[in-house]
Design a protein around this ligand. Structure first.
Ligand code: ADP
Ligand code: MG
Length: 228
């Protein structure tokens, strides 16, 4: 079973009287264990597509299956449950809670999960902190961390609930090249170690070569899909 199956999906935004077509009929598949990238210039539809896969918005038409579930028309609460059980997110600007330590930021999603003892939570958070190489910085707040370190914490936070798939919208856009490569290689190592699939977006042609599978978007259309 493919992890993502998109069949002729479109998305238009309504702007007053006008319909803005952002995605114009995309059909593609992404398999389990993927390390895939959506690539394209600003405005090509990358964020729109990631938002659909992330069940943050619905396609205007077409069908989209994520992990075997048709997410094309999930209700808001069903989408929230689906996200909680299947998905993790990493953001361009890290989105860490400024008043919480690295440890507490990573622990945060687990506080929403019922039935975890404190000991089980601590074990899981410590495992994730170690996996991203941030054990020594666990007590530091985001303003005491570099950009690369913040994104490591964000990767650990995305993975702490053991999602099937992590979606990362331009996760390296605020990082220098060297740090960007390191963060992507960390993500790939996490895929290898935990089996979590990753889909990220980038407008940077250099970064896209780190992906094993790339889908090129231009003006809301897929112009190329390739498997490395
Ligand atoms: P990218 O992430 O590749 O920069 P986006 O998915 O953000 O592209 O945008 C694709 C197109 O959809 C652009 O023309 C953009 O202006 C438009 N768009 C994105 N979000 C909205 C929105 N909330 N309302 C109206 N138009 C939008
Ligand atoms: Mg975008």
């Amino acid at each position: 079973m493919a992890l993502i199956q998109a069949n002729n999906i479109t998305k238009s935004y309504r702007m007053g009287e006008q319909e803005v077509p952002a995605l114009k009929g995309l059909t593609f598949e992404i398999g389990e264990g993927a390390f895939a990238a959506f690539v394209g210039p600003s405005g090509s539809g990358k964020s729109t597509l990631l938002n659909l896969i992330g069940c943050l918005d619905h396609p205007s038409s077409g069908t989209l299956r994520v992990n075997g579930v048709d997410v094309s028309s999930l209700s808001r609460s069903a989408a929230a449950t689906f996200r909680g059980e299947n998905l993790g997110f990493v953001f361009q600007d890290f989105n860490l809670v400024p008043v919480l330590s690295a440890y507490e930021n990573i622990e945060y999603p687990l506080l929403m999960v019922r039935g975890w003892s404190e000991a089980k939570r601590r074990e899981r958070v410590n495992q994730m902190i170690a996996a991203v190489g941030m054990t020594e910085q666990a007590h530091k707040r985001p303003d005491q961390l570099s950009g690369g370190q913040k994104q490591r914490v964000a990767v650990a936070r995305a993975l702490v609930g053991q999602p099937k798939l992590v979606l990362a919208d331009e996760p390296t856009a605020n990082l220098d090249h060297d740090t960007a490569y390191k963060v992507l290689n960390l993500m790939k190592a996490m895929r290898d170690d935990f089996g979590t699939s990753f889909i990220f977006s980038t407008h940077d042609p250099k970064i896209m070569h780190e992906a094993e599978q790339t889908f090129t978007l231009e003006d809301g259309r897929l112009t190329a899909g390739a498997t490395a």
